[in-house]
Ligand binder design. Structure first.
Ligand code: SAM
Length: 249
């Protein structure tokens, strides 16, 4: 009988500990589910993305399974629609893009549809550039992505890092900026300014992810320092800054 009391006490404490542990696990699971629910895009956005993807394939006169998944690291469907519409309407001859990927595939398809134009693509990641080249080859395009390192401190005074590309001859008709990744610095894409002098009169600049704080600061400074380029903001999923060179600078 004397032994029964401590035994019962130990048993009760043990059971209580197990109960607390189970409660904790249950709460954690519930939080994780809640968290996942928050990460999932709302139904309307999912519907818009699906419609955007279908519309884009229509514009490109492609079946719907030609492009890999859009959004995330890749450009979103609504940005790619503007990119394709710009390509098909303006029929640019010289196109330069920074940050290869789905944008590259759309640009190559538009060049094919236009039967004119030449694309130069830059990426700092050799492995990713290889993936893009293989995806382009699968679609029938033999396209080389130029792999260049990122260099520190641009001469124009932008923070972060920009592509160490060769100097450009004047006559670029379209500049597409979708890199480097923001991990380098939130204003890392400001360095694209070094290419503006080579933009043709009437040429166009597209800066993706323009609804981020870094890109907003970049847009403010570009507007101040380049009055000869009109910059408009388009409220697509990730924001798009569109620059039109209105006169020779
Ligand atoms: C915003 S992404 C460029 C996206 C590209 N224009 C597209 O539409 O697919 C910028 C850079 O991030 C790198 N990148 C692309 N996808 C990635 C991924 N899933 N994980 C890590 N880096 C990635 C590549 O070097 C790419 O040039």
């Amino acid at each position: 009988m004397e032994l029964m009391f401590p035994l019962l006490a130990i048993l009760t404490v043990g059971l209580l500990c197990i109960l607390v542990l189970l409660l904790k696990l249950y709460r954690q699971g519930k939080w994780q589910l809640h968290h996942l629910e928050k990460l999932r895009p709302p139904p309307l956005l999912l519907q818009q993305q699906a419609e955007g993807r279908a519309y884009l394939h229509g514009l490109l006169q492609w079946e719907e399974n030609m492009l890999p998944p859009l959004g995330g690291w890749a450009a979103s469907a609504d940005m790619l629609i503007v990119l394709a519409e710009t390509m098909l309407a303006n029929r640019p001859q010289r196109i330069v893009e920074f940050g290869s990927g789905v944008t590259t595939l759309v640009l190559l398809r538009c060049i094919e549809l236009n039967r004119t134009g030449h694309l130069t693509s830059f990426d700092n990641d050799a492995q990713f550039a290889g993936v893009v080249e293989r995806r382009a080859a699968r679609l029938g395009y033999s396209h080389r992505v130029d792999v260049v390192a990122l260099k520190d401190a641009d001469p124009l005074g932008w923070p972060g890092r920009w592509y160490d590309h060769p100097p450009f001859q004047p006559g670029i008709d379209l500049i597409v900026i979708d890199g480097p990744p923001v991990l380098n610095h939130e204003q890392t894409r400001g360095g694209a300014e070094s290419t503006f002098a080579a933009l043709s009169p009437g040429g166009v600049i597209l800066l993706d992810d323009a609804n981020r704080w870094g890109e907003r600061a970049i847009a403010d400074r570009w507007r101040r320092e380049h009055p000869g380029i009109r910059f408009d903001y388009l409220d697509v999923e990730k924001g798009l800054l569109i620059g039109h060179k209105v006169d020779a600078q």
